[in-house]
Ligand binder design. Structure first.
Ligand code: AMP
Ligand code: MG
Length: 405
């Protein structure tokens, strides 16, 4: 049986980033840039005023004071969008809007709130430093500078930069296509009433939700009884995707057909079973370019395994630089007395108190527990065969994207 770290390394080794393409900017959120974005020009795009006020020559105001204001002749008004080409000379000023180009001759801009109008003139009451209230060409972003590194996921800030530099189309990696097949003869659909021995199927919805958090596309979602002929049909279709997530049937039960069938259908086993809790029977394989994750049917196992194995793999497929947010240190609020021979990622409640992370392990850690999923926003890493962990000690915690009440 593989260690968690070795198993993850094998996953990362087998994931190859998908092809590059040019995606319309409006559809690019959540995808990762496939190339560095270099600024084709500087920003600001031209020297402009940072305030609504009056463009002047700073030297003209050197002697200005409350008692002895300086009067300058007022020319016109340069509003945002004007070319602002008219030159001012010593003794003159021109009204200017925020973002309007600084006219030739001017070297600074005085706030409207600091002046008084005097018919065709403007009175100034204090000196001003040259360059104050001016935004210069390229001072924010220099021409040629790498503004966003390849592999960065596109969010609102990146959208702003891409739009600024004219990227109507954005170089990204193709959106991964994911298929999800839930297996189990006990499963019924969400709108059905389970009869004795049956349960409503939930993993499809859970996994699809997690896939969508990563901006990947769910191309197939199905629920199949443990009947080999039907399973085979569904798997064949699922194997057309970039990643197939198969839920259930990965263990050693008499009706756990999923794993042997996948192998029979040409899926190469990269590993099966890991020294990990919850979710020991994780299967990982590939057929051609399709990656296959076989997740045990217990919802909490699937959930945790998705976090630790599938989510970072999807990010790698998308060419993302950051495969996971990383773990934080938190103070344990309740002792963990019982530990296991396998590495355990325990569900917990993470919160901040006095600027410090605290975490409380949930009482119920059963791998079938749906309740603990909605109650947890973090996973606490408890090493294999760890001595019991006293209250107050520091533990490593993986924060999850899950809002808890
Ligand atoms: P399995 O991995 O197929 O042995 O299933 C393990 C446990 O998870 C059993 O109690 C199943 O009833 C349950 N289970 C399997 N698949 C699902 C599913 N898609 N949704 C909810 N529970 C499931
Ligand atoms: Mg089953």
């Amino acid at each position: 049986m593989l260690d968690y770290e070795d198993a993850r390394a094998l996953v990362f080794k087998n994931v190859i980033a998908l092809e590059k393409w040019l995606c319309p900017l409006t559809e690019s959120q959540g995808l990762a840039l496939s190339e560095d974005i270099l600024a084709p020009h500087g920003m600001p795009l031209f020297d402009n005023s940072a305030v609504d006020g009056y463009a002047v020559q700073a030297a003209d105001l050197a002697t200005a004071s409350r008692d002895k204001p300086v009067r300058l002749e007022k020319l016109g008004y340069i509003s945002a969008g004007d070319t602002g080409e008219e030159r001012i000379v010593s003794g003159q000023c021109v009204q200017i809007a925020t973002g309007a180009p600084l006219p030739p001759g001017a070297d600074t801009s005085v706030m409207k709130e600091d002046i008084e109008l005097d018919e065709s003139h403007v009175r100034f009451f204090q000196p001003i430093r040259k360059t104050e209230n001016v935004r210069y060409y390229g001072e924010d972003i220099a021409e040629g500078q790498t503004v966003i590194a390849a592999g960065t996921v596109i969010g609102p800030a990146q959208m702003a930069v891409l739009a600024t530099f004219g990227f109507a189309e954005v170089p990204v990696r193709r959106v991964p296509k994911i298929s999800i097949v839930s297996t189990g003869s006990e499963l019924v659909d969400v709108e059905q009433n389970p009869q004795t021995g049956q349960i409503r199927e939930s993993n499809r919805y859970m996994l699809a939700g997690m896939v969508k958090q990563e901006s990947c596309e769910v191309v197939k979602m199905s629920m199949v009884p443990d009947i080999p002929e039907i399973l085979k049909q569904e798997f064949e279709e699922a194997l057309q995707a970039d990643v197939a997530l198969v839920s259930g049937g990965m263990s050693v039960g008499d009706k756990d057909f999923a794993k042997p069938l996948l192998k029979e259908m040409g899926v190469e086993e990269i590993f099966w079973k890991i020294k990990f809790k919850p979710g020991k029977p994780l299967f990982f394989g590939r057929r051609g370019k399709t990656l296959v994750f076989g997740l045990p049917g217990n919802p909490a196992s699937s959930y945790v395994l998705f976090e630790e194995f599938v989510r970072p793999a999807l990010r790698q497929l998308m060419g993302r630089r950051i495969l996971e947010e990383g773990m934080v240190k938190a103070r344990l609020d309740e002792a963990i007395l019982k530990t296991h021979p396998r590495l355990h990622f325990m569900r917990g409640k993470l919160y901040v108190e006095n600027g410090e992370y605290h975490v409380r392990p949930l009482n119920f850690q059963g791998s079938h527990s749906i309740g603990s999923l909605v109650e947890s926003n973090a996973l606490i890493r408890v090493e294999a065969n760890s001595p019991s962990l006293p209250k107050g000690c520091q533990v490593s915690v993986r924060p999850l994207l899950n809002e808890i009440g």
